[in-house]
Ligand binder design. Sequence first.
Ligand code: ADP
Length: 208
Amino acid sequence: MIIGLTGGIASGKSTVARAFEALGAPWVDADDVAREVVEPGEPALAEIAERFGAEVLNSDGTLNRRALREIVFHNDNESESERRWLESVTHPRIRERLIAHLERLAASGAPYVLLVSPLLFESGQYQMVDRALVIDVPEALQIQRTAARDDVDEAQARAIITAQMPRTERLARADDVLDNGGSETEMRRQVAELDRQYRELALTPHRE
Ligand code: ADP
């Protein structure tokens, strides 16, 4: 059984994932895998360099993300088609590698595994999971935790949050919700309860 774990910036995805891991449920982070597929030596990086030229590579052969962002996030028709092309090159490879990671984790005897993905719903990765767990925090707290963790001010944190999927829409698509507006102890209590439910569900034949 695969649980998709998602939430907005600084909602607590990594913190919650570590709490699940402490109870025996391992996880893979979709962001890490997205970076892996464009590392030097990967076919996706070669295709990207072939299409956009050496300007999207750093001198050490790694992907120059800023240069690539400038090409695909220009907000005109051309950048939109380039963005689609980029997704057509990276998404199938990310998906393939995620499946391989998840299968490897499942084979290690875990009762269930987690796919941590900030873009679970937006990317279509929700199709890979059995249930979606949304980590929810009030926006004011989300802004506070973003500003405290990353080097951004409150206005920037607010802008990032505005660009993400609205909280209400994320909640509407959730199978399970973890309220991370309280202390870490309260978070861990909810993780323990979800872990109990997931272990039970994982044993049930003919689940959805
Ligand atoms: P995400 O992975 O969703 O971006 P993180 O797990 O990195 O979020 O959490 C964002 C910040 O909030 C981190 O600095 C983390 O330590 C803190 N944090 C997460 N959950 C709690 C909580 N329940 N109480 C206090 N701080 C928390």
